[in-house]
Design a protein. Structure first.
Length: 318
């Protein structure tokens, strides 16, 4: 299909966002085992841990130990998430990659629930982080809009509000001496639909045609793959996903399955449409089954059960 990109980049979120959402503690050895298995699937970027308050997210209390025990493979970027200056300082002391970026939450209520600060207060702390990046010579290239498609606390969010949040991210970066090359639109609460993805990306592109756009989508209401497809049709080439559909945000006030779009399902869909991913889907299926074994419950991935069409074609031809 000529209107789709030729290749996409899929960044893996499962070990970080997936394990932080589990109700039970996952042993360090199992976390490391999953991360190392994912590195053998062709993934080039794996989010491994979150440096967050262990009282609020107890399943990430072992972040330092997990980070120190990963046998890192050359050519793979193993990254850590931080949400405030304290978390950033912890991350910088560790061995994992730390992204410089500007995070702006769309909804003020979600900002308070997620990081314990209003949007204006969070931006004050962001300036401390941006100064840290500047002082260390670290690049800041991406702005991240959290909860860009809607909010379980505040409901529908206007396109105009999201454009204001994008402008805020651009302004804060410029104030610190950086120029952003892209904006990641995230949807931890599962409000994105094909229509809202097209509408919001179109609005951002109309105002800032040179900005790259990335998507971080969840499948909370079963529209994750459709929303990702809409993103593909709009020319988005960078997506976050989670093996087997692990994950969710513990502060998103969402019932039911709240995980990211499933890595192997999305990669399968792309490959069947002629969009290259560089990923070994058969290996991803094996890792998805490992993830399910580790958490001890069924996970929402589909290709891990149904198999690929490549395998089905071989079977029919045999």
């Amino acid at each position: 299909m000529s209107d789709l990109p030729k290749r996409v980049t899929i960044d893996e979120e499962g070990p970080r966002e997936g394990f932080q959402s589990e109700k039970k503690m996952i042993p360090v050895a199992d976390k490391v085992r999953l991360i190392e298995a994912l590195a053998d699937t062709g993934l080039k970027r794996i989010a491994c841990v979150s440096y967050v308050n262990p009282k609020r997210v107890p399943t990430m209390a072992d972040a330092e130990e997990v980070a120190s025990r990963i046998d890192r493979k050359p050519g793979v970027q193993y990254s850590a998430l931080w949400l405030n200056q304290q978390g950033l300082e912890r991350a910088l002391r560790g061995p994992l990659h730390v992204d410089g970026g500007v995070r702006v939450t769309a909804s003020d209520t979600f900002s308070r629930k997620n990081i314990g600060k209003s949007v204006p207060d969070a931006m004050v702390e962001q300036r401390m982080s941006l100064k840290t990046f500047k002082d260390r010579g670290m690049p800041v290239e991406w702005g991240i809009i959290l909860g860009a498609f809607g909010c379980n606390y505040e409901g529908e969010l206007s396109t105009e509000l999201i454009l204001q949040r994008v402008q805020l991210a651009l302004d804060e970066a410029e104030l610190a001496g950086f120029k952003l090359k892209g904006i990641k639109l995230t949807d931890a609460m599962g409000w994105a639909t094909p229509a809202s993805v097209e509408r919001l990306i179109g609005a951002v592109r109309s105002k800032w045609p040179d900005l790259e756009i990335a998507l971080h989508l969840h499948d909370t209401r079963g529209t994750g793959s459709a929303a990702a497809y809409a993103g593909l049709r709009m020319g988005v080439t960078r997506f976050d996903a989670s093996v087997a559909g692990l994950g969710g945000c513990p502060f998103a006030a969402t019932d039911g399955a709240a995980g990211n779009i499933c890595t192997e399902d999305f990669a399968f869909m792309c490959e069947e449409m002629g969009v290259e991913t560089g990923l070994d889907i058969d290996r991803l299926i094996e890792v998805a089954k490992l993830a399910e074994e580790i958490v001890g419950r069924p996970l929402p991935g589909h290709v891990m059960r149904g198999g690929t069409l490549k395998a089905a074609r071989r079977k029919v031809a045999a």
